[in-house]
Ligand binder design. Structure first.
Ligand code: URA
Length: 279
């Protein structure tokens, strides 16, 4: 049966928004069905194959040429690992991530969301991935959940002047969708190097994805929160504590009570630890 009326622009936009579409990639729509587009796409697909590769300038160790899709996940993971290991400082790490083209999320994100706060902090918080506001501002946790995170930090005397904040994934997934396991594995060497370079005394993983990725556990946040883990930075072992993601606390405020326990445990650990040469 055909509908009586075509949907209005308003209805269509509302549908897109509900489906998670909140940004346009191009000014003009692209039909993926036409021969022309399919033909243009062919050499790009060949790039990920083992044999036929399009003629291209040497991309260097970390960058794929503009317009060419990201390399196959295994190659991208290896490339990220090699690149991250060479970064001697946070500035160098940020610069090489700006040049890294191995993660497809970069193509749809507005910008890299690297980190915020004091790089000499004794405590580092790691979330999952930037959302819309973070993507626009280029800073982690500046939207609604960021405002709550700021309040949580303030409750134990922390702020962006004495804490450091980053995400496992530094590019916003389109429509805030969950990052794929491949995307996470590609980005993992970068956040691991970032943690090693910040070298905090205490690492706080915010929510399930960050906890499971960084602390290599399959347990859910209800089991892991408030439990201390050892995290090997590559240089030393530090204490790591999972807690609820602020976005989760916004949806389920009754868990703030447990989050408060976790915050107090973080404050106690910081007070008890000998402290590095930080803030
Ligand atoms: N959620 C995250 O995990 N990270 C952000 O930066 C913002 C929201």
């Amino acid at each position: 049966m055909t509908p009586d009326r075509a949907p209005s622009v308003h209805q269509l936009l509302a549908f897109y928004l509900e489906a998670g579409v909140d940004c346009a990639l191009n000014d003009e729509p692209v039909s993926r069905m036409t021969d022309e587009v399919a033909a243009a796409a062919e050499p790009r697909l060949a790039y990920t194959g083992a044999t036929a590769q399009p003629a291209m300038k040497s991309p260097g160790p970390i960058a794929a040429p503009t317009g060419v899709p990201a390399p196959a996940p295994d190659a991208a993971i290896a490339s990220a690992r090699d690149a991250a290991a060479t970064a001697p400082s946070l500035e160098a790490l940020r610069a090489l991530m700006e040049r890294f083209d191995g993660c497809a999320l970069k193509a749809t994100a507005t910008r890299l969301v690297f980190g915020d706060g004091n790089p000499k902090a004794r405590v580092m918080f790691v979330g999952e991935a930037p959302g819309r506001e973070e993507d626009i501002e280029g800073l982690p946790f500046v939207g609604r959940s960021g405002k709550l995170l700021d309040l949580m930090l303030a409750a134990i005397g922390l702020n962006r002047g004495n804490a450091y904040i980053a995400n496992v994934i530094p590019w916003r997934p389109p429509g805030n969708r969950t990052p794929t396991p491949q995307e996470t594995q590609i980005c993992l060497p970068f956040i691991r190097r970032q943690i090693e370079l910040v070298n905090p005394d205490v690492l706080v993983t915010l929510g399930n994805p960050s906890t499971q990725t960084l602390l290599a556990t399959r347990d859910g946040i209800m089991r892991t929160r408030g439990r201390w883990f050892d995290y090997d930075t590559g240089t030393r072992e530090i204490r790591a504590l999972p807690t609820f993601h602020p976005a989760y606390l916004l949806r389920s405020p009754s868990y703030k009570r447990l989050a408060w326990q976790d915050l107090r445990a973080i404050a106690t650990a910081l007070a008890e630890s000998p402290g590095k040469d930080g803030v």
